[in-house]
Design a protein around this ligand. Structure first.
Ligand code: GDP
Length: 531
């Protein structure tokens, strides 16, 4: 294969940033983009202020037939790298798409608020990274604010997430007394000094070797002494930076900084780029497909519907797994065996959408979908016969009964619910032994309920009412032959089936899951359903 393709793929880095809302994901992303020169001013990445109006935003955006930056991918250049950041929407627009996006990433950056430690949403997203064994890099943010004890923070990550950590740098003080970070490898102190420039907070960085006589003076005697003690403790107790373990997702390199003041962001980005690899092979039918050794192939990880009812088209987001994509090339949609051209391929560059002529393994493209793609589908060259592993179905956390208000419109209603479910925006379940008379909808984020109602009314002309159900957790029964009528301890549990007829149980809380497991020997319940 031509050397230039190999070179293009080799310089790609594709990662997702995961965090709990407010930890600083948007701020960090923005600083990355600033370094890459993709944006000129801070505050231009769509942030929290907009996400608060997630429902209306979503609809406005869809009306414009655009794609929200917050739920897409940002591509920018830094040094010789071509970087794709996959955004994982949080806040109210947290949905199954957030999980699916992680299937397209090669590694993840986990942003943690230094005053809070690991929070709920981080845990959920982390589980998906673990399932995929992808490398996870930790950025402990907001060191310019009061922070938890550093050892405690690392302990918290190790205990809550069950991953080993290796600090690449180490913070000196925090909050008003934040003095900077110590780089363990180079034995240098990166001094922090907060300065205000034109209303925005920036940090001045000074680099000094820890062995330089000035170092003690720069950070103060007490901090210096304390740092020396901590380093000794750390060198004796912490794990070595074993890159093999990092690449398997068993050990997370940890960095400290302050995204808001732009402190520690560039060192983090540079270490990160060096430690990560170019796109790795993905598995098709049990065989690894090396990105640079094969022609174009990709899989669909997300489908975005168009809200404009006159154009019931959608955009399918694909992660390119191998080779080079060229606009207008003839490809094969493996699941339907149809040959086609991918029309209007587009890529997101900072805030703009642009039509792309070419893209490489590691890149994400969004293509016009006339309704033939499903999540997890493979696209490759007509001569090839790849089929990438499917995308699991993630456990919804909110459930509601859908009540159709006008029973005369049964057909539209069923069609609408099924289509929306097929796009992957919602999951539908039927009560065990009740048929389609009763539809239960499960979603990962509650915004999806609003979306369902809005779309059924606007696109399918069906008024509905959603009756919330008191369940919070769902598990697939691993052995699909299990007789649900014979399960014990299920008085509080709702038995349902998904659209493929698989048996599932709905629980009022996580505790209920163990209760049922304890009473049914041999019963296995799973959180992700792999088709
Ligand atoms: P997201 O919800 O994870 O995307 O978080 P944002 O990037 O929107 O940040 C949430 C809030 O924390 C905003 O008000 C930011 O200005 C603030 N913030 C982000 N990073 C830092 C930091 O390093 N230090 C301080 N003091 N505030 C920060």
């Amino acid at each position: 294969m031509a050397g230039s393709i190999e070179k293009e793929i080799g310089r790609r880095r594709t990662f997702a940033i995961i965090s709990h809302p407010d930890a600083g994901k948007t701020t960090l992303t923005e600083k990355f983009l600033l370094y890459g020169g993709a944006i000129n001013t801070a505050g231009s990445v769509k942030g929290k202020a907009n996400a608060k109006h997630a429902v209306s935003d979503w609809m406005e955006i869809e009306k414009e037939r655009g794609i929200s930056v917050t739920s897409s991918v940002l591509q920018f250049e830094y040094d010789d790298y071509c970087i794709n950041i996959l955004d994982t929407p949080g806040h109210e627009d947290f949905s199954e798409d957030t999980y699916r996006t992680l299937m397209a990433a090669d590694c993840a950056v986990m942003v943690i608020d230094a005053s809070k430690g690991v929070e709920a949403q981080t845990i959920k997203l982390f589980k998906v990274c673990v399932m995929r064994h992808i490398p996870i890099f930790t950025f402990i943010n907001k060191m310019d604010r009061e922070a938890k004890d550093t050892f405690e923070l690392l302990d918290n990550i190790e205990k809550v997430l069950g991953i080993d950590t290796c600090p690449v740098n180490w913070p000196i003080g925090c909050g008003k007394e934040f003095k900077g970070v110590y780089e363990r490898n180079s034995r240098e102190i990166l001094g922090f000094e907060s300065v205000s420039t034109g209303g925005s907070k920036e940090a001045k960085e000074t680099i000094i070797s820890i062995d330089d006589g000035q170092a003690e003076q720069m950070i103060g005697e007490d901090f210096y002494e304390n740092l020396m003690e901590e380093i000794e403790l750390l060198d004796g107790a912490s794990q070595p930076l074993d890159m093999e373990k990092v690449h398997k997702g068993e050990l997370s390199p940890v960095f400290f900084g302050s995204a808001l003041t732009n402190f520690g962001v560039q060192p983090f980005l540079e270490h990160f780029l060096q430690m990560t690899t170019a796109p790795l092979p993905r598995v098709s039918k049990g065989t690894e497909i090396a990105p640079a050794e094969h022609d174009f192939s990709a899989f669909v990880f997300k489908i975005q519907a168009n809200m404009n009812k006159n154009h019931r088209d959608r955009i399918a987001f694909m992660r390119i797994c191998s080779g080079k994509f060229e606009a207008n090339m003839e490809v094969k949609h493996v699941q339907s065996k149809k040959k086609m051209r991918l029309s209007q391929p587009q890529q997101i560059m900072a805030q703009e959408r642009k039509i792309v002529d070419e893209a490489y393994a590691g890149d994400i493209i969004g293509v016009f979908d006339p309704g033939i793609f499903s999540i997890g589908d493979t696209v490759c060259m007509p001569k090839d016969d790849f089929e990438y592993e499917g995308i699991p179905t993630f456990a919804p956390e909110h459930f509601a009964r859908v009540i159709q208000l006008d029973s005369m419109k049964r057909k539209q209603f069923v069609k609408g619910v099924e289509q929306i479910a097929q796009e992957g925006a919602i999951q539908i379940f039927q009560e065990h032994q009740a048929g389609f008379a009763e539809i239960i909808v499960g979603v990962v984020g509650t915004l999806q309920f609003d979306v369902l109602k809005y779309r059924l009314e606007n696109e399918y002309n069906c008024e509905i009412r959603l009756e919330p159900l008191p369940y919070q957790a769902i598990r697939w029964i691993k052995d699909v032959q299990t007789d649900m009528n014979k399960l014990k301890g299920v008085a509080e549990v709702k038995k349902v089936r998904d659209m493929r007829g698989n048996p599932l149980l709905l629980f009022k809380n996580e505790w209920g899951i163990q209760f049922v497991l304890d009473r049914n020997e041999g019963l296995e319940l799973v959180e992700f359903s792999k088709e």
